[in-house]
Design a binder for this molecule. Structure first.
Ligand code: AHG
Ligand code: MN
Ligand code: MN
Length: 334
């Protein structure tokens, strides 16, 4: 374990990977690092103080927000706004995207951030891991003007960085800038992230499947077949079933141990439940950078052209061959 490399050092060290504005992206990543520590501190004491529970408001998707969602949303936005780098933010917890002007009121910042500030929020009040997911793009609208919806509706292939924070038994920050995936673990005593998981790759063979099987009756036929395939006693099966109900945690485990995560379309969620821009694209970039695959069952997640900010898609992500098998079964049966 490279105990002596801190996240701050690593970000600077890898700056050379960017042909343009490398210092700015480093600074942006550093603001995420800072916000992650603040949210971590709050998540860790969630059981102690009167911060858990519903905030008595619903977000744009009609789901009840928890107070920590609101808190994490504010902390990340504040951290990102403070540096003169980000021109626009879209968040799962905000109805509309936010335009950010510099201190001189100009619109000259270059980066767009999309985020799910608190993923797995229904797990908060039962002390189960939650996370934050983020995705970074260059703006496509001209400098000097407010950002437009086109800046946010870019396909995932245009991401220049993506990552997540997992507030688990340890707190980790995992990210990629398109040159592999690296994971950092927070030493809570020092408040410092150390490189603990350099160059993460999915293991060759995956043996875990993660899906909310309670929805089985409403799954497409190909997915029902795939679940039966996972349970069959043949070759290296049955696979192990593991489902936390927090995408970040389920994905993180599957990437380290080998497995696949499924959130298909169902009767309740005809387009799937997960959001393309805040959850699927960033996780897809990390998965591919770690040798995995991410699909909506028919096409590569990152090649989907988004049409709206809060768009949902069916999501299958994990070991390359497991996702390929899912795609094959969807083609065959649906
Ligand atoms: P969020 O807390 O940001 O709304 O995301 C919850 C998502 C995802 O993290 C998780 O995997 C999935 O919803 C769980 O959904 P079910 O409870 O329907 O299984
Ligand atoms: Mn989420
Ligand atoms: Mn969320």
């Amino acid at each position: 374990m490279n105990q002596h490399i801190t996240l701050g050092e690593f970000i600077i060290d890898r700056q050379a990977h960017f042909s343009y504005s490398s210092g700015e992206l480093s600074s942006l990543l550093n603001s995420i690092r800072l916000a992650a520590k603040v949210v971590n501190h709050e998540v860790n004491k969630a059981g102690l103080v009167d911060i858990i529970g519903d905030a008595e408001v619903e977000n744009v998707q009609g789901e009840q927000q928890q107070k920590l969602d609101v808190f994490a949303n504010k902390v990340f936005i504040q951290a990102l706004v403070n540096r003169e780098i980000v021109c626009g933010i879209a968040s799962e917890e905000e109805d509309e995207f936010i335009n950010i002007v510099g201190k001189d009121k100009s619109n000259n910042n270059k980066y767009i951030v999309l985020m799910d500030p608190l993923d797995g929020s229904s797990n908060i009040d039962v002390n189960v891991s939650v996370g934050t997911i983020f995705s970074i793009y260059r703006r496509v609208s001209p400098l000097g003007k407010p950002v437009t919806i086109e800046d946010f509706l870019q396909p995932g292939t245009q991401q220049i960085a993506a990552g997540y924070v997992i507030y688990g038994t340890s707190t980790m920050l995992v990210y990629t800038t398109g040159h592999g995936v690296n994971g950092f673990t927070l030493n809570p005593a020092l408040g410092v992230f150390y490189l603990s998981h350099p160059d993460i790759h999915f293991p060759e063979i995956g043996k875990i499947y993660s899906v909310n099987e309670g929805n089985y009756q409403n799954f497409p036929k190909g997915i029902k077949k795939y679940i039966k395939f996972c349970q069959e006693e043949k070759d290296n099966r049955p696979y192990t079933s593991r489902y936390i109900g927090s995408l970040v945690s389920d994905f993180h485990r599957n990437m380290l141990k080998g497995g696949v995560y499924l959130y298909p379309n169902t009767t309740k969620y005809p387009n799937g439940k997960l959001r393309l821009l805040y959850e699927c694209n960033p996780i897809a970039l990390i998965a591919e950078q770690a040798g995995g695959r991410a699909s909506n069952g028919k096409e590569r997640i990152m090649e989907i052209t988004p049409t709206e900010l809060h768009q949902r898609v069916p999501f299958y992500v994990g070991n390359n061959c497991m996702v390929k098998t899912i795609e094959k079964m969807i083609r065959k049966y649906d």
